[in-house]
Design a protein around this ligand. Sequence first.
Ligand SMILES: Nc1ncnc2c1ncn2[C@@H]1O[C@H](COP(=O)(O)OP(=O)(O)O)[C@@H](O)[C@H]1O
Ligand SMILES: [Mg+2]
Length: 253
Amino acid sequence: MITIAFYNLKGGVGKTTTAVNLAYLAASGKKNTVLWDWDPQGAASWYLGVEESDTKAIKVMRDGLPVGSLEKSTPYPRLTFIPADLSLRKADLLMGDKKSAKALLKKIIQPLGENASIVVFDCPPTLSPSIEYLLAAVDIVLVPMIPSPMSVRALTQVSEFFEGKKSAPKSIVGFFNMVDMRRTLHKQTLENAKYLPVPVLETYIPMDSAAEYMSQKREPLTRYANLGRASLAYRKMWKEVAKLIKEQRKQNS
Ligand SMILES: Nc1ncnc2c1ncn2[C@@H]1O[C@H](COP(=O)(O)OP(=O)(O)O)[C@@H](O)[C@H]1O
Ligand SMILES: [Mg+2]
């Protein structure tokens, strides 16, 4: 099982949009995939058209409820979903110190490996202790950035935060979203990506109004706008991410 978290300290950069689309593409590519929403706002449930759960997500951490009991089916083969709700705000209180948090996360995430080969986490834009521990526990952290100084700075902040820490993500990789190459700032930012402290995916997602309709359509964009610009870019991005997954599997074995 490979675990991937979508994360940026900044909101509105495309974490949820990308998490939903790449999870959908992974499942379409015959991988059993779980999309696990860790953002109490629950935007991923909305985008995916799945109803929120009646069981509070916090019970998995607090009461030892098996995480599988929160797993919901989606309209898509091989893709299941674990919804978030506001109870997750209390996650920090339950994690304890780093060592016990690590053990707790291992205990709740590991059972998913029985059925899933990929678990995708959609994270909130905070660096609270529970998110720090989650990021440190996953195989790959993917950081979406809008080509603006603040959003790029957030990537540097995440990378610096984990620098030299014993518990750090195995791999942090950035990528650009909502790109408009007609804008000088966007073009320059992408050209300068090589100077960032972590690798950046070659594929970027262009600005595409079709993406904005995801909250209305409540379906992955790669499904309803299959031949749109952002959709095609997500397919290309999935191929690149699949290579990262392959490398990570080799390292883990
Ligand atoms: N490639 C894109 N082009 C245009 N709008 C986009 C694109 N990707 C995402 N958006 C829009 O940007 C907003 C924020 O996206 P979202 O994925 O919810 O960000 P986050 O999870 O980082 O807060 C949403 O309204 C979404 O529809
Ligand atoms: Mg989000």
